[in-house]
Write a protein that binds this ligand. Sequence first.
Ligand SMILES: Cc1ncc(COP(=O)(O)O)c(C=O)c1O
Length: 389
Amino acid sequence: MTMPKRPIRFATLGGLFEQDDVDAVTKVLMAATEPSGDFFPLPEEADFQQAFARHEGASAAVMVNSCGTALDLCMMALNIGAGDEVIVPPLTFVCTATCAAARGAKVVFADVDPATLCLSPTAVREKITHRTKAIIPVHFAGLACDVREFERLSSQYGIPVIYDAAHAVGTRFEGQPIGGCGQASCYSFQSNKNFTTLGEGGAVTTNDKAFAEAVRQKKTFGFVYGPKLGVVTIGFNYRMTKPQLAVGLTQLAKIDRTIAWRLERFQRMQELLIDVEELILPASIAPGHGCHLYVVRLNTERVGFGREQLRETLKEQFGVQTTVHYPAVWSWEAFEAIDHDRSACPVAERACQEVISLPIFPKTPFEDLDYLRTALVESIHTLKRKGSQ
Ligand SMILES: Cc1ncc(COP(=O)(O)O)c(C=O)c1O
């Protein structure tokens, strides 16, 4: 007998916005109805940058309009260009790699750690050459990567580390925020992240004042303000708008609560799935995990069917929408034309075929988690039965 369907969407925003967020945006818009009103980003930009840097343990934050542009700006600030190599994991969103390719550099993929699915420092060491000009590890799903080992590699070889922290607002490494690690960290405030600035947004955090200034100039046409406006470098317009900055402040004020809600749900899901031997669960869901994504892996070596069959059954039979973070970056068509090295990444190759992100958000009802367990277990049994017929 099949159970009644309880459709669960992969909801991106998940009810994260509340009255105080609406009020903050409304206040900015109302002020702009006055003849003297404007959308000049101060004081919100300065306040948000300061508060975000403090929360993430960095001395400076520069707000930009996405994590993609944050990564682009870091590549520019490091003068990455043709002839250089940049090491990235294959299991990530495409822009972790394309930020380097866009500057003419060669993208070098190194394998991920089998337990954490974050870029493996050991695998990175194998891929370092005299051309390596940056390493971009990702704090995958919100779990901090091995920051200490990357710092060691960085100082041993003199190679800057730029962390892709798109999933990592609120992530901690050994109890400490990660925003001050390496040369810089790039955060995302896009719709489905731990918090959002009206759908798009991002930040670069760093402890290096000169680097922060280089990024700030690049994001604003190369402007230097003073008695006389100067243009000191080729720059762009990657700014965040005033209403976004205002809502960033209200969202940030609630981020620890939001992550606590996520953590409760992720921990419950770990308990519910612990005995499902066809699945490989996240290595660690504990305080300090940013809990951006709850990613399980279908253990394809144990079962006679593939990840896509499981996702289809979950959708068709149970109304459960899942997603995939991520197909291997090199599998995207554009990479056929991009200079890259994808050798020796067996862990990522397998993981990219097995990962499934479950629809769990800060306000997901706990009954949904029970339903998710049942849906997963029954779908796996159905597919196993079909396979043995
Ligand atoms: C790992 C990773 N890096 C970068 C990005 C890009 O973020 P944004 O959409 O803010 O440019 C994403 C977005 O999903 C991501 O998951």
